[in-house]
Design a protein around this ligand. Structure first.
Ligand code: ADP
Ligand code: MG
Ligand code: MG
Length: 886
């Protein structure tokens, strides 16, 4: 079994085996770019190690062989006391997980080779001891779990003693002293001396990278990002190059386009005389990459040529890590770079213009989650809000909330329903839970490539980084800026697009993209590149998609908005709200009716009210289909709760008031009480048990449609019966409905379809029969999921889903994204058998899943005709339906 690949043996398509980093290092090597030599240990080796707790057979030998080849190539031996080869040991999974996994630099240094390293660098003692202290620090922290703060304290202490705040203020002797301090810390925590044997260092580091796959924060990140838990990570062993050799050395990060806006140009950060992790950690303030032109023009030009080359090769935005060692440029990493949602659209549009990709490919380069983000509101800044600070707009959006200064506090307050902004000097992987809980993130240090920025962008969370006017005091839970103090709990607002920070809560307005969808911003006239790109890609998605997109809308207002957003009809109009408000009293009368006359009077009073509601909805959806669901919830939901009513009656009796009506109501509520209302008297069962109820609704719908047609409009009602499990239920309702429809429609030309929801598993399994009585099916995937799994949505999500997610029973809540294997199978069966019984049967879906990107792809693959979702999700569903079709 081959577990180890030389960089020259891999390529970019081997990400499963070599991880993203390894595959791309191989690709760059084969493109002839200057990558330090090295090799990759496969994810297979990692999986084998994680399964058994032991390196698989043959791995050690293969590593030894590759290492020997590397030593030959470099003309140096690992950890040689006189002229040592040093290596980095770098994790790299298939999907990049910034900051999640661990990397150890300078492996091979020990008390003897540190002297050899100094000689190698022309007697640069400072450099050698700095490298050694970094090794002990990284190795201690990541391989042996020594608390990182201890090293940081020792470093701070050394700087304090020296009277400096900059790492560069420490000289060789200071660093040698620091190495001693670090070794003591190491020994204290691990009970052993820092390992001096280079190969042992290497093996322990490799093992630690394997194990870091299961580190808690890696697990959390994967769950958040929906990355499968069983991929494992590869390990890259790379010959070290040194950016910390002096002012003619340095390290940096570059993007081939602006990952925040998508604009073309040179973007990145550079830090002279430093090793790689200094840039990412945001420990020192970097300079913009453009400055490198002044510092080292040769390397700068060379870098730019590689950037162009990589972009051309990958046909996409690339990000790059590089190091300059005494004027020689080395490429240490590249990948198709993460970007904001806006940049994704803008770049996809640009690449089409540049002829690098076509519009179908552009559809693959964006997604519905990104579009959803672009529909977030913006701050409205037309009056009196002056920013108190400006940092880097690291991840767009507008967020207001209470300032908090620790991850734990963020989680705690967010759990109480508060909006919070997590404020830190810089973030590190331990802040992940707080970042997830927060509405926004604000840091006083670090650039666009800091941990906070990268992770926030990945999560689509608003982030301002590097707002260095802020003096953040975490222990005291406050920051000061421009002479003002913001304490924990004070409300602040951060704009992740402009980087501006405001005190207090800034009001918000719709984003440009929403203005475009609303029709108030003309895509042909604007010079906003984002709106133009969105328009272009949406237009293409609409041309490509086979699924129609409808909306769930209960009111004319929602219907009108959804229509502006591109909805092709209503897939679910719930009628429950038509029984609420002042109409509640009529519902009470209906329930309490003792005679047919009383009941008919109550229904008669409801009829014109509902008809008027439907008229408005049909007008808003003129010409488009409108699926109206007959009343679904149990009727007692319209009555006061039992306990409250019982107390009211008792109190009134005590006062000697006449409580005959209340007592009757109380008796009715008692009578109608259900242990398990979700499975009780609701949906079609109501229609069959309460005479005249469905008939009234059918009449209201049909009369409204006729009225709209008579005024010159066009109405296409589709009456949908909920909760059907047997064809007999539907047939009974249908027979009654058809009579009413025939009577009302007359010569108006109105056509009314009658169909059913498929939301009870039995309905899905007998769909062939049910189709005989249904002109359409609409999958109610919320109920189908509840009943398919047998768990109540209102109860289980908070109760135990976290555990199920933890155990990997499912990777995402089945209420969020359809469970394609189980519940989805019911959909598939019903679609196939329904269509077999009635060719041309219309099929749609109206659960929350209709607006979920993955679910939309599934519904496309099953061959449904449409999805229906909330108005704001309509553009997302349109885009995803287009993506599913290409
Ligand atoms: P991450 O995945 O967190 O970016 P990396 O493996 O890329 O971790 O390494 C962390 C830092 O160390 C990066 O800045 C990288 O460029 C630098 N680095 C890694 N290997 C080497 C090497 N062989 N020589 C010099 N710097 C390196
Ligand atoms: Mg990296
Ligand atoms: Mg339902």
């Amino acid at each position: 079994h081959k577990y180890v690949y030389d960089f020259a043996e891999g390529n970019k398509d081997l990400k499963d085996l070599l991880g993203g980093k390894g595959a791309n290092l191989a690709e760059m090597t084969n493109l002839g770019l200057p990558v330090p030599p090295g090799f990759t240990i496969t994810t297979e080796a990692c999986k084998a190690y994680l399964a058994t707790g032991q390196e698989p057979d043959g791995l050690a030998g293969q590593i030894a062989a590759r290492l020997e080849a590397l030593e030959r190539e470099m003309g140096r031996r690992l950890g040689d006391p006189d002229d040592p080869l040093l290596v980095s040991v770098r994790s790299g999974a298939k999907f990049s997980m910034p900051g999640m996994m661990e990397t150890v630099l300078n492996v091979g240094l020990n008390d003897r080779s540190v002297v050899g390293l100094s000689a190698q660098a022309g007697g640069n003692d400072r450099f050698a001891w700095d490298s050694y202290r970094r090794l002990i620090q990284m190795f201690g922290k990541t391989v042996c779990d020594v608390p990182g703060e201890e090293f940081e304290h020792a470093l701070d202490e050394a700087k304090r003693a020296k009277g400096t705040t900059d790492d560069l203020g420490l000289d060789a002797d200071d660093l040698r002293g620091l190495v001693d301090a670090y070794k003591k810390i190491f020994a204290k925590h691990t009970g052993r001396e820092f390992p001096q044997e280079p190969r042992e260092q290497l093996d322990l580091a490799i093992r630690a990278v394997f194990e870091s796959w299961n580190a808690e924060r890696a697990v959390v990140y994967r769950r958040q990002e929906r990355i499968p838990a069983d991929l494992g990570t590869a390990v890259n062993v790379v010959a070290m190059v040194f950016g910390n050799l002096g002012p003619d050395s340095g390290t940096g990060v570059a993007f081939t386009r602006d990952p925040s806006s998508g604009a073309q140009g040179i973007y990145g950060d550079y830090l002279a005389n430093a090793q790689g992790e200094d840039v990412v950690a945001g420990i020192r303030n970097t300079v913009p990459l453009q400055e490198l032109e002044r510092i080292d023009k040769t390397s700068y030009d060379e870098l730019l040529s590689y950037m162009a080359r990589l972009e051309e090769h990958y046909k996409d935005l690339c990000d790059i890590e590089f190091t300059i060692e005494r004027g020689k440029l080395w490429m240490l990493q590249t990948r198709v770079g993460k970007r904001t949602a806006a940049a994704a659209f803008v770049i996809a549009g640009q690449l089409v213009d540049e002829g690098l990709i076509d519009l179908d490919e552009a559809l693959h380069r964006v997604n519905g989650a990104q579009l959803a983000q672009l529909m977030f509101p913006r701050f409205r800044l037309d009056h009196e809000f002056e920013p108190v600070a400006k940092g880097v707009g690291a991840s767009p959006g507008a967020a207001s909330g209470k300032a908090v200064f620790s991850s734990d506090r963020a989680v705690e307050l967010a759990g109480q329903g508060e909006s919070v902004i997590l404020v830190r000097r810089e973030t590190n992987p331990d802040d992940l839970n707080g970042m997830i809980a927060a509405k926004g993130i604000l840091t006083s240090r670090g650039g666009k490539t800091s941990h906070a920025a990268v992770v926030a962008r990945g999560m689509g969370k608003t982030c301002v980084s590097g707002a260095d006017e802020l003096d953040v005091n975490v222990p005291q839970r406050r920051f000061t800026v421009a002479g003002r103090t913001v304490n924990e709990g004070d409300v602040i607002s951060v704009d992740g697009t402009t980087g501006k920070v405001y005190l207090g809560e800034v009001p918000v307005m719709p984003s440009e993209v929403v203005q475009y969808f609303e029709g108030t911003l003309d895509p042909e006239r604007t010079d906003d590149p984002l709106v133009r790109a969105v328009h272009r890609i949406m237009t293409h998605a609409d041309q490509r998609r086979r699924l129609a997109v409808r909306t769930n809308a209960d009111t004319a207002e929602d219907a009108a908005r959804a229509r502006r957003f591109g909805a092709g009809g209503i897939g679910l109009c719930r009628t429950e709200h038509m029984f609420l408000g002042d109409r509640r009293e009529l519902v009470e009368r209906l329930i309490l009716a003792r005679t047919d006359d009383e009941r008919e009077a109550a229904l008669g009073a409801l009829l014109p009210l509902q008809r008027a509601d439907f008229v408005e909805i049909f007008r808003a959806m003129d010409g488009l289909p409108v699926t109206v669901r007959l009343i679904d919830p149990p009727l007692h939901e319209f009555l006061p709760p039992l306990e409250q009513l019982a107390v009211d009656v008792a109190v009134a009796q005590e006062r000697g008031e006449d409580v005959a009506k209340e007592e009757a109501l109380l008796a009715a509520v008692r009578r109608m009480h259900e242990e398990n209302p979700m499975l009780g008297l609701r949906g079609v069962r109501l229609g069959l048990v309460i005479p005249g109820l469905f008939a009234m609704q059918v009449r209201a719908i049909t009369e409204a449609a006729v009225a709209v047609v008579r005024e010159g409009g066009s109405a296409c009602p589709e009456i949908m019966v909920p909760l059907v499990g047997a064809v007999q239920e539907l047939e009974t309702v249908r027979t009654e409905a058809e009579k009413i429809i025939a009577e009302v429609v007359g010569d108006s030309g109105v056509e009314v379809l009658i169909g059913t929801m498929i939301e009870v598993p039995r309905a899905a399994l007998t769909a062939g029969q049910i189709a005989e009585a249904a002109e359409f099916f609409s999958f109610g995937t919320n109920d189908l999921t509840q009943m398919g799994w047998g768990f109540s949505r209102d109860d289980v999500e908070a109760a135990f889903f976290w555990r199920y997610l933890e155990l990997g029973i499912f990777g995402i809540s089945p209420f969020e994204s359809i469970d394609t294997e189980g519940v989805g199978r019911l959909v598939r069966i019903a679609a196939e058998e329904g269509r077999a019984a009635r060719p041309g049967l219309k099929l749609g879906v109206c659960g929350e899943h209709g607006g979920d990107p993955d679910s939309v792809h599934f519904f496309h693959s099953v061959g449904l005709d449409y999805v229906s979702c909330s108005p704001f999700r309509v553009p997302v569903a349109r885009l995803e339906a287009g993506r599913a079709a290409v």
